[in-house]
Design a protein around this ligand. Sequence first.
Ligand SMILES: Nc1ncnc2c1ncn2[C@@H]1O[C@H](COP(=O)(O)OP(=O)(O)OP(=O)(O)O)[C@@H](O)[C@H]1O
Ligand SMILES: [Mg+2]
Length: 316
Amino acid sequence: MIVTVTLNPALDKAIVVDKLVLGESNPIKDFRTDPGGKGINVSRMVVELGRKTLALGFSGGETGAYIVQCLKSRGVNHDFVEIEGNTRTNLTLVITDTPPATEFNSPGPEIHPAKLLELEKKILTYLPEASLFVFAGSLPKGLPADTYARLIHLVEVRGARAVLDTHGDPLTEALKETPYMIKPNRYEAEKLLGRELKTLDEIIEGACELKATGIKVVSISLGSDGAILCTDDGVYRAYSPKVEAQSGVGAGDSLVAGLCVGIIDGMPWEEAFRLGIAAGAATAVHPGTQLGTKEDIEKLLPEAKVERIDKHAVKS
Ligand SMILES: Nc1ncnc2c1ncn2[C@@H]1O[C@H](COP(=O)(O)OP(=O)(O)OP(=O)(O)O)[C@@H](O)[C@H]1O
Ligand SMILES: [Mg+2]
């Protein structure tokens, strides 16, 4: 089972309009509400891919209750620690005339450290059933930058594998505990490494450098340009299918979900990577916070190309 942990979930609302005229009444073409936050997105995609998952995290107030209800109706198993504040709401504005989408993100409620202890207890309860733990998204107010480091340590000393998808100080701190896998996008990897990654060679070198710190699997995602995957078995480069992209929100989470499903199924890396790439592209096709469907993914899979790169061919 793939257990996801979302410390700062959100109710993601998306409004689609053809064009935006400020100060006028704009007709809404489409409107969606989705339970969100990066770990929750990963769980939603794992369900779409037909595998077992459980979403853990914090939920509070009316918005938290609504998220829980949405997850239930979509068949996503969940077990959240209840908090006092109200879970945040994020808004994505998609103007079809002028992509890309604009996001409005709220910080979310403060978490008392005692609630983290409660969550740690839950994590330990599910440990025997969990093949992979996915820690994803930003940290809420009230929790220190080493929170992910602490959670990774909690599960990894007990033999479980931790996947991490976050950015900034929480990512830098967490690397001290060498998670099993990380998936920064190019910008996040640049911040982490403290240098620009302009060429493909530089991106590959960056991924290999991160892997050399002890992380088993490093994927750097490149939006419509695909992604790089650095593993013990070699380095792989994926080309994403060409799609009419509407919104990249959740594409990275879908890539993480596909990779995780591949890992627990014991797929060869090429196959796991292709599944992740197809899932990411399938999500990019949909506006706002909607994720790709199983049918979209099956259609895109043959167009997701993965090739193995000889590490020695990378220019230094
Ligand atoms: N416009 C696009 N066209 C095709 N595939 C895409 C597009 N955008 C994203 N993808 C696919 O999804 C994967 C992840 O996307 P991206 O690099 O944008 O992740 P991200 O920045 O972490 O996204 P997020 O954190 O918002 O979920 C890419 O490697 C690619 O396979
Ligand atoms: Mg991301």
